[in-house]
Write a protein that binds this ligand. Structure first.
Ligand SMILES: Cc1cc2nc3c(=O)[nH]c(=O)nc-3n(C[C@H](O)[C@H](O)[C@H](O)COP(=O)(O)O)c2cc1C
Length: 185
């Protein structure tokens, strides 16, 4: 067991003040002290093109891979776009999965949290995201599943959570993830 675990945080929304960013921040805040987090940017990554990999144009990809390679686990927090994941997240997964045989994702424990303005909580995105994570051989925490609906009423601008029940649920999820990471790291 390590003393602290370093978790890479990928947020699926690129906009400022995003609810999925707030959800990530809440999970970070509610996590045990032995979990340290760093947000890894994905919005600047060019769309993956194998022809350009290993050349100058692939510099952002190489840096991104290094940032993931060093992590003990990965927290994904994302909105749902058209019943799936935003392209930025899928692109980041593709970038990290190559060159063939050097995937940076393999074996890293992961948690998937999704949110939405409506009541469904990004269920479609959550499960679409789980599909590549299986292929990438990332052990994904199964329970609790984190679908957070009604985010507009839930999060205040300062990131505080209006519902005690939801805050308690997110704390349980964050603590369970800490245990999950410790099993694999
Ligand atoms: C391109 C696009 C597609 C969307 N598709 C869905 C959807 O399929 N399901 C849903 O619940 N919300 C959908 N929304 C609404 C988002 O859930 C909402 O904009 C949310 O606030 C985005 O997350 P963010 O606050 O983290 O940026 C969509 C929004 C955008 C911009």
């Amino acid at each position: 067991m390590k003393e602290t675990y370093d978790i890479a945080v990928l947020v699926g929304s690129l906009r400022k003040g995003s609810y999925s960013g707030m959800l990530a921040d809440a999970l970070i805040r509610l996590s045990p002290a032995n979990m340290t987090f760093r947000k890894v940017e994905i919005g600047h990554l060019p769309l993956y093109n194998p022809d350009l990999d290993g050349r100058e144009a692939g510099g952002a990809w190489a840096q991104f891979r290094d940032e993931i390679r060093g992590a003990d686990g990965v927290l994904f927090s994302s909105p749902e776009y058209n019943r799936s994941v935003p392209a930025a997240i899928k692109n980041a997964l593709d970038v990290g999965s190559r060159p063939m045989g050097s995937s940076v994702w393999k074996g890293k424990p992961a948690m998937v949290a999704t949110c939405s303005l409506g009541g469904v909580g990004g269920f479609g995105a959550n499960h679409h995201l789980r599909q590549p994570l299986v292929f990438l051989d990332m052990p994904v925490m199964q329970q609790p599943e984190v679908y957070v609906g009604g985010v507009k009423a839930l999060f205040a601008e300062d990131g505080s959570i209006a519902s005690e029940a939801t805050e308690g649920f997110l704390k349980t999820a964050a603590e369970t993830f800490a245990g999950w990471v410790a099993k694999f790291a």
